[in-house]
Design a protein around this ligand. Structure first.
Ligand code: C5P
Length: 243
């Protein structure tokens, strides 16, 4: 029985109308998907872990003055968020070569990049989220030059903070993906962090063993995905997951 109005259903989350105007409820599902939904399984408990890990990260980002859509966690699977207009870009920040950049540029996985690199993909499932340049983004009007600047500044601050946060618990932040939204407060519009940051959207390697603690365990059929996500939560000091 769910009487709330469903606004949108994505691969890993459902968005419902929130209790106040301008709010939504994000419900974290157990669906694990990869290769744009070509691989799909239900992993019991993944949504609960991602809800908690993303809450932890967004609260910490809010605390250092990075504006996010996160308001508060409501229960095991749901959080209250600010409604914003999602900018149709996936913003990827990379510190170490892995995944698509390793393949595209012929780099060995694990190679430290000369500096952190930001990439943009156009968020479009039918096209498999193609990589695009700032030229495409401004020419097609997906974001303005000022918004691209704001997004890049946000991405760099988040990368700096998360790199240190994970390093402190023995984890290397290899790369991650964020999404941003336009949030209107009266007449002012600002770019804020939206969606989630979790082991679904990051590559996280144990600093000593290089063990993968992220969705690559699922993509590469390594097994132990839930245990890896649980390990990330435990190291971050997130306990009592089932509350
Ligand atoms: O596959 P690729 O190497 O481009 O992914 C870079 C980072 O962005 C990885 O951490 C991956 O989990 C994340 N990503 C994501 N959602 C996508 C594409 C990539 O979370 N649609």
């Amino acid at each position: 029985m769910n009487r709330r109005r469903r606004i949108y259903e994505g691969k890993a989350k459902i968005l419902y109308e929130g209790p106040e105007p301008g709010t939504l409820i994000a419900h974290f599902k157990d669906d694990a998907t990869a290769f744009n939904n070509k691989k799909h399984e239900i992993v019991d408990g993944k949504g609960v872990l991602n809800n908690r890990i993303s809450e932890y990260i967004f609260e910490n980002l809010n605390a250092i003055g990075i504006q996010t859509h996160f308001i508060k966690r409501m229960n095991m699977r749901e959080q209250l968020i600010k409604e914003c207009e999602i900018i149709p870009l996936e913003i990827i920040v990379r510190n170490v070569a892995a995944g698509s950049i390793a393949k595209r540029l012929g780099l060995d996985e694990g190679t430290q990049l000369p500096r952190s690199i930001i990439e943009f993909c156009y968020k479009n499932d039918a096209l498999d989220d193609p990589m695009v340049s700032e030229e495409h983004i401004t020419a097609f009007g997906w974001a303005s030059p000022q918004e691209i600047d704001d997004i890049m500044a946000l991405a760099i601050r988040i990368n700096d903070f998360l790199t240190g946060m994970f390093r402190a618990v023995g984890i290397r932040l290899v790369d991650f993906k964020i999404e941003c939204g336009r949030y209107f407060e009266g007449d002012t519009m600002r770019v804020i962090l939206a969606d989630e940051i979790s082991p679904d959207s990051c590559r996280l390697w144990d600093i000593d063993s290089n063990d993968k603690l992220d969705k690559d365990r699922f993509r590469q059929e390594m097994g132990g995905m839930l245990e890896a996500y649980q390990e990330v939560a435990t190291r971050l000091g997130i306990h009592n997951i089932n509350t």
